[in-house]
Design a protein around this ligand. Structure first.
Ligand code: FE
Length: 339
């Protein structure tokens, strides 16, 4: 009786282990700073195509810290970020591992690879200066440098200088012009703000609509999102989208991206998913669902985004911008930008 019982337990244990092993071979675990409305439809497509189940942990913050804390025991295979500074941080913390894949190399241009292929960008977006339709009109020749000149006094709205989007912009200005010039720019910009930095990117366009300021520093895809939100369409219609620095360095672009974790338990499936996200189906979804620019060169942006026109993007290496992130944070503290 006792032998039979223990045999049953053993068998049950074996089959549970076997099934969990075969199950594990067909799944992949993603930690995502990107939002469910965008990511879930893509993962459905991936699972339909490959049979690999995707488990996703979504959060607005703390995911990198969590992977660090979990160490070798972490079940995370992939880190999906909505900006470049977190990709860099993830890599610099030693939490990523390089991936060399013919498909990724073919789909993603090399300026969008980490230096040692420890991350890949999946989409790009411009950091635009929006101008008031009513009080300014289109401003096709505007520059980031203009925002710090006396003519713009009291006219500029933006979110916290410490937000990753603004840190990357400032880091790019340091990379181009050096720290001293960048500091002068930052002080001029602070002096021109209509109000203390606050809110998100869209709140700056809302403030233009409400007459609080004439210019807003806001990413490109938010225009598409606002135009398709009944509550926000009036904000979107109150502004022109301008691509700064067309005659000089080009418009600053940031990226969203992905990295394979150092201890990824489902490495093969994770690389499969990275490759899928760089392919036509997912790149088109990024373009259509979230109005971002695909990184895969033969995938077109959405019709709406294309209607904003082609622009010259700053082609500085992302790693050169990353190298100035700490300097940017230091300058923001020095000029007490958000206070
Ligand atoms: Fe965003």
């Amino acid at each position: 009786m006792s032998i039979k019982k223990s045999l049953t337990v053993l068998l049950a244990g074996t089959s549970a282990l076997a099934s969990s092993m075969s199950f594990a071979a067909e799944e992949v675990n993603v930690y995502s700073y990107r939002q469910p409305f965008l990511i879930e439809p893509m993962m459905k497509e991936f699972t339909a195509e490959t049979g690999v189940k995707v488990n996703i942990l979504f959060a607005k913050k703390g995911l990198i810290e969590r992977i660090k804390r979990e160490g070798k025991l972490s079940t995370a295979d992939l880190m999906l970020t909505s900006d470049f500074s977190r990709l860099t941080m993830f890599t610099e913390e030693g939490l990523a591992q390089p991936v060399d894949s013919d498909i990724l190399n073919k789909n993603i241009p090399s300026q969008f690879h980490g230096a040692e292929k420890q991350w890949y960008a999946l989409t790009s977006r411009a950091r635009n200066i929006y101008s008031s339709v009513e009080r300014v009109g289109p401003a096709p020749t505007i520059t980031y440098q203009d925002l710090a000149t006396p003519a713009f006094k009291g006219k500029v709205c933006m979110r916290s200088g410490k937000h990753p989007y603004n840190v990357s912009l400032l880091a790019s200005i340091i990379a181009h012009e050096g720290e001293a010039k960048a500091k002068t720019w930052l002080e001029g910009l602070k002096a021109n703000l209509a109000r203390k930095p606050q809110g998100n990117d869209r709140a700056q366009v809302k403030a233009v609509k409400e007459g609080l300021c004439d210019y807003a520093l806001t990413n490109s895809y938010y225009l598409g999102k606002m135009l398709n939100d009944p509550k926000q369409v009036a904000w979107a219609e109150s502004v022109h989208i301008n691509f700064p620095n067309q005659a000089t360095t080009g418009t600053h672009v940031n990226v969203s991206g992905i990295a394979l974790t150092k201890y990824a338990p489902n490495k093969n499936n994770a690389i499969k998913l990275m490759e899928f996200l760089s392919g036509d189906v997912a790149q088109q979804m990024y373009a259509e669902i979230n109005y971002e620019y695909p990184v895969k060169e033969d995938v077109q942006p959405s019709k709406l985004v294309a209607s904003w026109g082609k622009f010259k993007a700053d082609d500085i290496k992302l790693s050169d911008i990353a190298a100035q992130h700490q300097a940017a944070i230091k300058l923001l503290d020095e000029v007490k930008f958000d206070l």
